[in-house]
Design a protein around this ligand. Sequence first.
Ligand SMILES: Nc1ncnc2c1ncn2[C@@H]1O[C@H](COP(=O)(O)OP(=O)(O)OP(=O)(O)O)[C@@H](O)[C@H]1O
Ligand SMILES: [Mg+2]
Length: 506
Amino acid sequence: MTRHDADRLRAVVDTAVDGIILIDESGSIIMFNPACERLFGYGAGEVAGKNVKMLMPSSFRDGHDQYISNYLTTGRKKIIGIGRQVQGLRRDGSTFPMELSVGEHKEDGRRVFVGIIHDVTARTAAEARLEQAQKMESIGQLSGGIAHDFNNLLTVIVGNAETLSLKLSQQPELRQLSDAIFAAGERGAELTQRLLAFGRRQVLQPVAIDSRELLGELGWLLRRALRDDIKLVSDMPEDLPWILADRAQLESAMLNLALNAQDAMPRGGEVNVSGRVSSLNVDGVVAGDYVEIAVSDTGEGMSPDVAMRAFEPFFTTKAFGKGSGLGLSMVYGFVRQSNGHVSIESAPGVGTTVRVFLPIATGDPVVARVSKDHVAEIAPKGNETILVVEDDPHVRTHVVGLLGRLGYVVLTAESGDEALRHLADGARVDLLFTDMVMPGMSGWELARRARALMPRLRVLYTSGYPVDTIDGAGNGAADADILLKPYRKSVLAQRLRRALEETEKD
Ligand SMILES: Nc1ncnc2c1ncn2[C@@H]1O[C@H](COP(=O)(O)OP(=O)(O)OP(=O)(O)O)[C@@H](O)[C@H]1O
Ligand SMILES: [Mg+2]
């Protein structure tokens, strides 16, 4: 080999991006290139002559001894010429995933092993993220499907329990039982709602929201929800653009984040809510400017493992009965369904910041109509004619019973086609009460065609199922009157009156 060749080889070793390490038969390090120095944090001088096991976490050391002795006695190669993924141990005690390939060479009759070390930290992390995303996707599909069916069951359970409770007012002992069924049903409905949110199968009504005003109202709610030793601090710039999102869901997302922050600070502290415009360029959302709302705490924080799984439904580190593990799942599903993005930044002992990025409301969007359902348990009656369109026979029977008891004249149809036939036959209907998602014709489509026949027809939609009103139903959806399943009799009664009385105004 000429001097020139030797220089060139030296340059290859010195400038290689991958680590190159030479060891002798006994495992002593003979050469350690600059890439190895960077990877492991040791200088070449420090490792020269030492056993290569110092670069392996203990779990790999025994395996290594076996490979070498096995090879030297049997000649069987388990790693030489093949390569495998192992862990490297850095000087600071941390480990990293690396791909190791080993070649063999003879020097004066003695074996020398040449290891090439390729750091696969970035690839491994990307694979883990992808795997997690796929897992979230499939749990979302599964739980959304289950939640849909449960929602229909709960409509019947909650509704009948409510009716029973009213009828049993003279029999307190029995009434207690039906009240308990009612309460459990409502709790089930709450959980189901969060699952639907996670599965991105909520009915969303995106409207333009002024975050300063939102925070004003939320502040009221949060101060009641949070302990006395938690201070709420917020910073919303005056010129922050309006957000396009479902108002009730955004409020509930913020509440979940604030409650998590509180739980992370058992000895009290500060929850900070701040807003700004930020430009986003990540997978899965349109690149561009978003309104970012960050909720931070100075609490116990999360380890990387916990942070990675925090959005999974039912993932909780809280004691049994303390957390359902659905808070962040709801936030995740809601934000994704709203065409936004959510991220967690957290360090154990330091604190956590959850950032929610939501689209900016552009154009001339519908402004949030503050329409809270009355909490009062009054169920106003009526005598108008209502056409109920619902494909689930149990829910249909239940609704017909409810409406009848409220005094209404009820017509039923199990599909959009059947409903249109009633109207074409000349049925006089004041209000169409339709499920939104049905096989065949959707509630939206039915309403459109029904209004072509009867322009003054009022419509109340009901749903517990997948409708992405942002994509699916277009902007008109923000105006639509939607009653979420499962609902109480009193809420149904109030919504019916509201919808019917609007008719008389115009
Ligand atoms: N601000 C935070 N600081 C530290 N850990 C957090 C924070 N927010 C969430 N976590 C972790 O993520 C987990 C999941 O949170 P998530 O809100 O989904 O469920 P939960 O709070 O346990 O229960 P739920 O919200 O349904 O009552 C929590 O159990 C906790 O370990
Ligand atoms: Mg929570």
